[in-house]
Design a protein around this ligand. Structure first.
Ligand SMILES: [Zn+2]
Length: 308
């Protein structure tokens, strides 16, 4: 009988070990964004910051803007050039004494070569490519393109606000914190954003210098990345493994997950950082959409003029 129990216990342990491997594997393949929930949430809320001449069109298509918030991540599996568009490992440069990056693509290529830039990520420059395409789509009244590009640029802008998208230790792989990427950007927003975060952020602003603006956000992300890592490291020493991790069913699969207790403690220690980065993402996205539209000559969009 005892033998039978031990077989069951052993099997259970094996199942849990396999589940945790599946969980960590799923992290490594998807640990590159705010997570499905976060990106949807951000795109959805950005619509409400738009001025009246844009709001009707975006509100009418809000479902599309939210549903396509993670299209850019899906392309990573199909297009090899896609991955570096989502991040920039600034520590790879600061570690070599570079405190400020050349802002423009041309200057950066001159200083570091294109291969180096591609190897460490190109998110700020890719956002500018998307910005130019969105402006052109507005100028040519291409509704489908406007929506597609709005959803896409939003994704890259939101990624640029995630601290671990500005660090080469993006999933804690260098500091024995594997899984922290999804913990910060997926698990915490899923647990706390809907109920606790203030999403009344104000209005989109016109960006005189969109490239300079996105660089500022990326320097903020980079500065916060050490805190993201250090705080979790400190906290992990105050919790034992049973308290830190729990098993939960997600999509009918048993997954090893950071426990709610541990997530709450980390969230509290971060002192509103996730909320502030989410709010900043939303403001930046609406402002990029608005700036592209203004620069395209403020074309009239459908659903904005009252019908007679
Ligand atoms: Zn991404």
């Amino acid at each position: 009988m005892r033998c039978g129990i031990w077989v069951i216990v052993k099997r259970l342990k094996l199942v849990l070990a396999i589940a945790s491997i599946i969980y960590l594997c799923s992290f490594s393949s998807t640990a590159s964004n705010w997570g499905f929930f976060g990106h949807r949430h951000i795109n959805h809320h950005a619509v409400f910051l738009l001025p009246p001449p844009m709001f009707g069109f975006y509100k009418k298509n809000i479902q599309y803007i939210a549903d396509h918030a993670t299209d850019a991540d899906k392309r990573r599996y199909a297009i090899p050039e896609e991955a570096p568009r989502h991040y920039i490992d600034l520590d790879q440069y600061s570690g070599k004494g570079v405190l400020k990056m050349p802002a423009t693509w041309t200057d950066a290529v001159d200083q570091f070569s294109e291969d180096t830039l591609q190897a460490h990520g190109i998110v700020p420059w890719w956002i500018m490519v998307m910005h130019a395409r969105l402006k052109k789509a507005f100028a040519q009244n291409q509704e489908e393109e406007i929506l597609k590009l709005s959803a896409d640029i939003a994704h890259y802008i939101a990624d640029a606000h995630v601290p671990l998208h500005a660090s080469s230790n993006h999933n804690g792989q260098k500091t024995d914190q594997l899984g922290i990427h999804g913990f910060w950007e997926s698990r915490l927003p899923e647990l706390f954003a809907e109920k606790n975060y203030d999403m009344f952020i104000g209005k989109a602003i016109y960006l005189n210098d969109p490239l300079g603006f996105i660089w500022e956000r990326i320097y903020e992300s980079s500065a916060a990345s050490d805190t993201v890592l250090q705080f979790e490291k400190q906290l992990s020493q105050q919790f034992n493994d049973h308290e830190r991790m729990s098993y939960e069913y997600r999509n009918n699969k048993l997954m090893r997950q950071y426990s709610e207790k541990y997530s709450s403690a980390y969230h509290k220690k971060l002192n509103g950082m996730v909320e502030r980065r989410m709010q900043a993402s939303i403001l930046a996205i609406a402002s990029f959409w608005y700036t592209a539209w203004v620069d395209a000559g403020q074309p009239s969009l459908p659903y904005n003029t009252p019908s007679n």
